[in-house]
Design a protein around this ligand. Structure first.
Ligand SMILES: CC(C)(COP(=O)(O)OP(=O)(O)OC[C@H]1O[C@@H](n2cnc3c(N)ncnc32)[C@H](O)[C@@H]1OP(=O)(O)O)[C@@H](O)C(=O)NCCC(=O)NCCS
Length: 150
């Protein structure tokens, strides 16, 4: 099956919101996505055979980047889409001159920890009781100036 990672724009707000609602809680609305684009965020959509199956949102500022969200439809997980989205963000960050990418993830989100570690991220620290239900956040970083594929 063909996998394509495409740039998302504010016009993709409805598609992004639909994908996000199937992947994450709380869901972000199309309005939320448009506001994030307006504030400088960039987006990606992963398509398999043309069908939107995954999304990512990130931002770059100065020499740093931050992954804001990433998700893959439950029916399409473990097929490499999450990794392809992260690799695309790492490439764009590298081209954009960022030295490091950051993100935070719930301590209990094993698939996400697996994905980030597989993509070269290392744990930087813990934000205690960071989420509304008091779950901790683990902060990860990845140096993107060195190409992990090389
Ligand atoms: C996290 C998520 C994006 C991973 O997407 P995915 O497309 O299934 O990931 P991939 O198939 O590209 O997997 C890449 C690597 O991640 C790791 N991984 C993926 N799923 C995993 C799981 N369930 N448990 C442990 N590691 C996992 C593996 O190392 C995998 O490499 P491998 O296939 O060679 O073993 C997906 O599970 C998801 O959408 N979860 C819900 C949303 C979410 O939690 N987002 C992250 C918020 S911080």
């Amino acid at each position: 099956m063909s996998l394509v990672i495409e740039q998302a724009t504010p016009e993709h707000g409805d598609i992004l919101a639909k994908l996000h609602a199937q992947c994450l809680r709380p869901a972000w609305s199309a309005k939320d996505f448009r506001a994030l684009f307006k504030a400088g965020a960039r987006g990606l959509i992963a398509r398999k055979n043309g069908m939107p199956c995954g999304l990512a949102l990130y931002r770059l500022a100065a020499d740093e980047g931050e992954i804001l969200t990433i998700g893959v439809l439950p029916s399409r997980r473990k097929e490499g889409l999450g990794r392809a989205l992260v690799v695309a963000m790492q490439s764009t960050a590298r081209i954009g001159g960022a030295a490091r990418l950051f993100l935070e993830v719930r301590r209990d989100n094993a698939p996400a920890h697996g994905l980030y570690k597989a993509c070269g991220f290392t744990s930087l620290g813990v934000r205690k009781a960071y989420y509304a239900d008091a779950e901790d956040a683990i902060v990860y970083q990845c140096r993107v100036l060195e190409d992990p594929e090389s």
